[in-house]
Design a protein around this ligand. Structure first.
Ligand code: ADP
Length: 353
């Protein structure tokens, strides 16, 4: 910059100085020398001053371009640390800073979602605990006031509410592990067909009691996945238990296992109360239960609405999925677990346990 200025203005200043000195009537050689020195000095001073001024302006401008977003990012991270996630930082034009701001805004969104889920969960848990606690409180106060006798029979009435609280605490602990991806999955090669047959046999007495037919058909060849046998059994037991609750006496539940190319598919189909379309995806949400058309029968399992949330989390932790379909209320339901099929293995490694 300074060079360019000197280059442009020095000859003009030289001409100007020569004219001035000629009119001041100095000796020829002296005049020329003085004119050259003066023109060079003036041009240098102007050039350097202009260069410094330009550098200062450009420096201030680019510092501002970087500093303003950095200050905003700093303020935003401080707000995040204080638990305020609601004000995203404006994305600056500079590409690197834009990436940083986008990441900070994504972090804020993620924290906001986690916080919202935490609050929602606390509300739901409090709500779930309220009913059994109110019933227990009513009985205990009734016994203290002498309204109910403190007999074995009255105390027996407390059992289901206590069981409900215990089940809620177990479900919550399983849910927190599932949602934090805290399961310890002990991955092995397992045959889902064998697991399904075993789960069916374990639950058969309850189906017999409820007069619901139970059939299992697994393919002749093993339907192998790489998975945690206990967790996958938990999923199957949950689906079978739900199917049993949803199916009236005389109905049936059928489990089929087939290997469908890249995936192994387990289908649990019942002829029970079915699920209306608006509820179909919501049943996988925590604490979501559908108020069935049939009254809940005495002594039947009355869950907390967490089982399917956990079952889906387990399926997804195996890089698979759990989905539901139903033609509607009264039309039965089908639940499908689909998991990636295990790659072909050596002859000795099949383990269905
Ligand atoms: P729960 O502990 O209530 O069984 P789940 O998460 O396992 O909780 O199920 C959520 C809800 O989904 C149930 O309360 C029920 O309304 C509905 N549901 C689950 N399985 C079936 C089924 N086979 N047929 C009809 N409804 C079902």
């Amino acid at each position: 910059m300074a060079y360019a200025l000197v280059r442009v203005i020095a000859p003009q200043m030289y001409d100007h100085s020569v004219q001035m000195m000629m009119s001041a009537d100095m000796g020829g050689g002296m005049r020329l020398r003085a004119a050259a020195v003066s023109a060079t000095n003036n041009a240098l001073v102007i050039g350097v001053l202009a260069g410094v001024a330009t550098a200062a302006v450009a420096g201030a401008w680019s510092a501002r371009r970087i500093l303003v977003p950095l200050v905003q990012i700093r303020a935003a991270t401080r707000r995040l640390a204080e638990g305020h996630y609601d004000r995203p930082v404006a994305v600056p034009p500079d590409a690197e800073l834009a990436d940083l701001v986008t990441d900070v805004n994504a972090l804020a969104r993620r924290l906001a979602e986690t916080e919202a889920r935490r609050q929602e969960l606390l509300g739901e848990v409090a709500h779930e605990m309220r009913t059994p606690l109110t019933v227990l409180e009513g009985y205990v106060e009734g016994m203290i006031d002498g309204v109910f006798p403190a007999s074995g029979q009255t105390l027996g009435e407390l059992g289901p509410e206590l069981a409900r609280l215990r089940r809620l605490s177990e479900d919550l602990s399983a849910l927190s592990k599932a949602e934090e991806r805290g399961f310890e999955l002990r991955m092995r090669r397992v045959d889902l067909g064998a697991l399904a047959v075993r789960a069916v046999e374990r639950l058969r007495p309850q189906f017999v009691d409820a007069d619901v037919a139970l059939r299992a058909s697994a393919g002749v060849t093993p339907a192998e996945v790489i998975g945690d046998a206990d967790r996958l059994t938990q999923v199957l037991m949950n689906l079978l238990g739900n199917a049993l609750v949803a199916t009236p006496p005389g109905g049936s539940v059928e489990v089929t296992v087939e290997s469908a190319g890249e995936a192994v598919r387990v289908e649990v189909r019942d002829t029970g109360e079915g699920i209306d379309a608006p509820h179909l995806d919501r049943i996988f949400e925590r604490f979501y239960r559908v108020r069935g058309s049939r009254p809940v029968e005495e002594g039947r399992h009355h869950g907390s609405g967490i089982g399917l949330t956990i079952a889906r989390a387990i399926a997804r932790a195996h890089r698979g999925d759990l989905t539901a379909s139903s033609a509607g209320a009264g039309q039965g339901s089908t639940f499908v677990v689909e998991l990636p099929e295990a790659p072909p293995a050596g002859p000795t490694s099949v383990d269905a346990a």
